[in-house]
Design a protein around this ligand. Structure first.
Ligand code: GLA
Length: 382
């Protein structure tokens, strides 16, 4: 739990007054549908009980003053009319980026802000999207701006694409904005239509962080995106969302081997994502188990975004839960976390198996989080 009293106190200490508004935006875990969002496909994430909190108050000039509690109280100041990328304080670029874009659409004045969060960073649980959405929600509440969750998500994504320089899709910001307690969200990333699917309360979302330090994430991510675009181009479709497996197979000779496999992952992952939503609806956990296992295999062999310690975690957990639940890597890849849907009575056994085997096999210590599905920052309160 984030200590919001501590955040309010830090705000008061820094700015010598109380905040006008305090907001929270969650991180997320993706149950299935990886690297499909920027291919206009389907994703199935849930907002989680880890996130970012912002305390904020109006100023009557054009200055933005921010203190980041988690970076030893590092502060930054800039003018709303001259927002630039800052090499020295990378965390501040998420704040700068969203404010720059928000200011293109709405009039508002300066801000004093204090920020803290507990999403593990660099773990594939969307600490940056939760920061972006929290800042947007804070300013929208403070200045009473008519900003919808979907528009906030689009602004967060634009900030990452145009200001920070990562060509991410819409999933992370959208689930952080419009998630619903107890539910996962099936998102159609082409139309941005979404529907809620309840998670059976007899199952627990368990996330295990491999704690593998992620390297080359942005460059490999952007490369995957380019390869998918190339595949779509060669298949003569606007995005891989439009392509079928038959089309891909009949065009195999026009695609290099890696590009073929990237496309095969995306096309099959879209099918699995829709099937997963149906399987949860029907409480068919045998299907959940199979779909998550196939998704992981596809990420390992076709999309090539898993690393060995992550594969090992999946294997260790799969041995415990068998066909009674599912497990796969979650997020952008190259390290990070696995997500498992575990029957409650097996959670202890999963924890035990991971703690007995993972460190022994890899020399790395994992972190395990028991998660619940939470409200998004722009959702009505539960
Ligand atoms: C990152 C991106 C998302 C999505 C996932 C992979 O989290 O921010 O848009 O592409 O990777 O599914």
């Amino acid at each position: 739990m984030i200590d919001s009293r501590k955040l309010a106190q830090a705000f008061e200490h820094t700015f010598q007054r109380v905040p006008d508004v305090m907001v929270h935006a969650p991180g997320r875990v993706n149950l299935i549908g990886e690297h499909t969002d920027y291919n206009q496909g389907f994703v199935f994430p849930a907002a989680i009980n880890f996130g970012t909190d912002v305390a904020i108050a109006k100023r009557n000039d054009r200055t933005v003053s921010v203190i980041a509690l988690d970076y030893s109280g590092s502060t930054c100041h800039f003018n709303l009319d001259d927002i630039r990328f800052d090499q020295a304080q990378p965390w501040s670029n998420y704040v700068r980026g969203v404010l720059k874009i928000l200011a293109e659409h709405f009039d508002f004045q300066g801000l004093d802000m204090a920020i803290t969060g507990n999403v593990p960073q660099g773990a594939g649980l969307s600490s940056s999207a939760s920061l972006e959405v929290a800042v947007l929600k804070a300013v929208a509440s403070l200045y009473d701006l008519p900003l919808s969750g979907v528009d906030a998500a689009l602004m967060g994504q634009r900030a990452e694409n145009e200001f920070v320089g990562c060509s991410c899709g819409i999933m992370d910001q959208l689930i952080s904005a419009v998630g619903k307690a107890g539910n996962a969200l099936l998102i159609d990333c082409q139309s941005l239509a979404y529907e809620y699917h309840p998670i059976n309360p007899n199952y627990q979302i368990v996330i295990v962080n491999s704690n593998v330090k992620r390297g080359l994430v942005d460059s490999e991510y952007n490369l995957r995106r380019k390869q998918c675009e190339e595949a779509a181009h060669r298949l003569g479709v606007t995005s891989l969302r439009e392509a079928t497996m038959e089309q891909l197979e009949s065009s195999a000779e026009h695609l290099s081997d890696p590009v073929f496999r990237r496309a095969r992952h995306v096309i099959s992952e879209n099918e699995r994502t829709l099937a997963m939503a149906r399987a949860l609806e029907e409480s068919d956990y045998g299907a959940v188990s199979r779909l998550m296992a196939e998704s992981h295999r596809s990420m390992r062999e076709d999309f090539e975004i898993t690393v060995e310690p992550v594969d090992m975690l999946v294997e260790i957990i799969a041995q415990v839960i068998g066909v009674r639940g599912g497990v796969r890597m979650t997020g952008g890849g190259f390290g990070g976390c696995v997500v498992a849907l575990v029957p409650r009575e097996l959670v202890g056994a999963v924890e035990q198996a991971v703690s007995d085997k993972y460190h022994k096999r890899t020399g790395i210590r994992e972190s395990l989080y028991i998660c619940t599905a939470e409200q998004g920052a722009f959702s009505e309160s539960a």
